[in-house]
Design a binder for this molecule. Structure first.
Ligand SMILES: [Zn+2]
Length: 151
């Protein structure tokens, strides 16, 4: 359910379990409603204890990224180049993930989730969403309209 090397972590298990089902789940504050990742025992904005798991579309905007052209280990030589982005999800919360193809990673690019199944766990990745706004849910289109990003 989790990547190799990760210790069991009840705070993050819902994240990995959702990804295994090809869903993106973030934590929402029961008081102010803000979304957050990673999961935390209380809201970092209003300090309300607890949080609710909410499923989101996984669409968002690239906040920043790095593109690796040299493999750090021999095992990764066949994977370069690759791009790792911080994606600001629609509705809030930021998450790291690969953007594929790597040459399309750029700040401000709208992205949609893809789910990369490994042996025993699932990785969240992103692809550019270069189509029309119809590629996105009403909630995501509302975010684009409100922020003016990704159009
Ligand atoms: Zn809050």
């Amino acid at each position: 359910m989790r990547p190799p090397g990760y210790e069991p972590d009840p705070d993050n298990d819902p994240w990995w379990e959702a990804l295994a089902g090809h869903r993106v789940v973030v934590q929402a504050c029961p008081s102010c409603g803000r979304h957050r990742l990673p999961r935390m025992p209380s809201c970092p904005w209003c300090a309300t204890p607890g949080g609710d798991d909410v499923e989101v579309d996984g669409t968002g905007v690239v906040y920043s990224f790095v593109r690796a052209h040299r493999a750090l280990t021999p095992e990764r030589e066949d994977e370069v180049p690759y791009a790792i982005a911080t994606v600001e999800l629609d509705g809030g919360a930021r998450v790291f993930g690969r953007v594929e193809p790597p040459e399309d990673a750029a700040i401000g690019v709208r992205v949609a989730p893809t789910f990369h199944d490994h042996d025993g766990w699932t990785e969240l990745r992103f692809r550019p969403a270069t189509g029309s706004r119809d590629d996105f849910s009403p909630q995501a289109r509302e975010t684009v309209a409100r922020t003016g990003r990704g159009t």
